[in-house]
Write a protein that binds this ligand. Sequence first.
Ligand code: 13P
Length: 257
Amino acid sequence: MTHRKPVIAGNWKMNTTPSEGRDLALEIAKGVSDFPGVEVIVCPPFTGLANVSRTVESSNVLVGAQNVSAEPSGAFTGEVSTAMLDELVSHVIVGHSERRALFGETDEDVAAKAIAVHSAEMKPIVCVGESLDTRKSGNAVGWVREQLRASLDGYAGWGSLIVAYEPVWAIGTGEAASPQQAQEIIGELRSELVELAGQEAAEQIRILYGGSVNSNNIGPFVDRPDIDGALVGGASLQAAEFVSIVENTARVYGNPA
Ligand code: 13P
């Protein structure tokens, strides 16, 4: 069993009003209090962050944002800076495939955001993952390794980094990768991190799987040697289901309540 503490992070995407978010966070905080061996992070939309961070203040739930600007301040209408988030969150998701595909974020943008997050003493959750075409072409390993390298160009905050491997074809489809497929790529990502950060640092970095994770399929993922948890979309919007994912992770790690 690995020495790395598992992480279960919920990406709420563009769901929940501020009051819905508060209620969901409250239910989750109550439900996961028995599982301190799992690091639990919820990532509401920006408008929910203030409510949620207040709600989980005295619980073992951490809060993350779903995006951030790499710019420190100024004339960037509609953007949110690291300084604004710093009072509310400990983590920030950067480079989610939806940001890359729908909002044109490049590897260079993602690297700049990851660096900005670390400079502001928060922790980036850097997402990578191949499309279905890339997987069919047979080059998923090389492609994702290169995407990770480029998405961390200039980044040096290895102790703060979380990586999420989310194959695009598995997101929101109900078709999760198999635990073997996820382990294969995540093992390769850890090798890439060894090249970038050195053996010792790379062994401490948590790498998550994301894509159609639920309480029924989480166990075999976190049972794999290099998979340190999950980034959960749809199933993170139901408190009982999300808590079950946390519980089943705790069980695999040998510390059920
Ligand atoms: P689903 O769990 O809904 O497939 O979403 C995964 C995801 O994109 C989490 O960031």
